[in-house]
Design a protein around this ligand. Structure first.
Ligand SMILES: Nc1ncnc2c1ncn2[C@@H]1O[C@H](COP(=O)(O)OP(=O)(O)OP(=O)(O)O)[C@@H](O)[C@H]1O
Ligand SMILES: [Mg+2]
Length: 265
């Protein structure tokens, strides 16, 4: 059975999609059969996987019950487009509306080791569906004022999903994303997050780099696009595998980190 991880944040542009793409690549390289789900009508993750906007079927058809999830996989992603916004509206009026993605993923869960779900920038029905389908959640947060409050809100939503709909859901970790640790501002944010959330905060901080938007535009993961820059997400992959207790793939992910470590390239 796949471990399913929802990737979310309390607001837009905190690097969720980049995290999903990079982690999917890291886990695949570590030997895990990984499926990504684009649960955002913006379709950014689909694009990052090189899936054309007109691809069919998409998550919208899956949630509408018109297509099966297993028949909607293109390049290891179930893609999304604006049709997903329509599917979300339609879902809103249905009984069991929060459980639709969970049911739809029953088959893929049998075929994959890990499923990553990229959430939209709102804590609405699509994000709730992701949290109900998931075993774990990763929170992506940027270095800015009120980061801790934002993280608290997202954790509250995770708590609500756990309490009411998915008792097995656990927060895997909080990641400080797009943060330049040479700045006082980023240092303060990290300290505040660690004070508030302790070990839940990943040791790895993802540094800002122009190669991320470039690689997204090229539709290639960072390891393929500019290998030396893959070190941050390679480290994060190790931490994720440690927290999941997946020892075999962990060894392989550690090898990738040593391969990429400065001085060895
Ligand atoms: N470490 C990074 N350094 C610099 N830019 C980054 C980094 N990570 C992501 N970006 C860029 O920042 C922008 C937002 O990132 P991304 O799309 O991953 O965020 P998101 O949280 O998924 O956004 P949305 O809420 O709109 O879905 C994109 O242009 C992306 O390429
Ligand atoms: Mg996104």
């Amino acid at each position: 059975m796949a471990i399913t991880i929802a990737i979310l944040s309390q607001k837009g542009g905190t690097g969720k999609t980049t995290l999903t793409r990079s982690l999917a690549d890291g886990l695949t390289r570590a030997g895990l059969n990984t499926l990504a789900i684009d649960s955002d009508p913006q379709g950014n993750l689909s694009e990052y996987f090189g899936v054309p906007a007109e691809a069919y079927p998409t998550l919208g058809e899956v949630l509408a019950g018109r297509e099966k999830a297993m028949d909607s996989i293109h390049n290891a992603v179930i893609p999304a487009n604006l049709g997903l916004a329509e599917a979300e509206l339609m879902l809103a009026g249905k009984i069991g509306r929060e459980l639709t993605l969970r049911s739809a993923l029953r088959d893929p869960k049998r075929h994959y080791d890990v499923i990553l779900i990229d959430c939209p920038p709102t804590l609405g029905l699509l994000t709730v569906n992701a949290l109900v389908a998931a075993d774990r959640a990763i929170l992506s947060t940027e270095a800015e004022h009120f980061s801790e409050q934002g993280a608290e809100q997202a954790i509250e939503v995770i708590g609500l999903a756990k309490e009411n709909l998915n008792p097995d859901l656990e927060l895997l970790g909080i990641m400080l994303n797009i943060a330049d640790m040479r700045t006082r501002h980023a240092q303060t944010t990290l300290e505040m997050l660690r004070d508030e959330f302790g070990d839940l905060v990943f040791d790895t901080v993802i540094r800002p780099s122009i190669v991320y938007p470039e690689s997204a535009r090229a539709g290639k993961p960072i390891y393929e696009y500019r290998k030396p820059k893959a070190i941050d997400y390679a480290r994060l992959t190790v931490e994720v595998l440690e927290r999941l207790g997946l020892d075999g793939p962990l060894e392989s992910a550690k090898e990738t980190v040593s391969e990429l470590e400065p001085g060895k390239r």
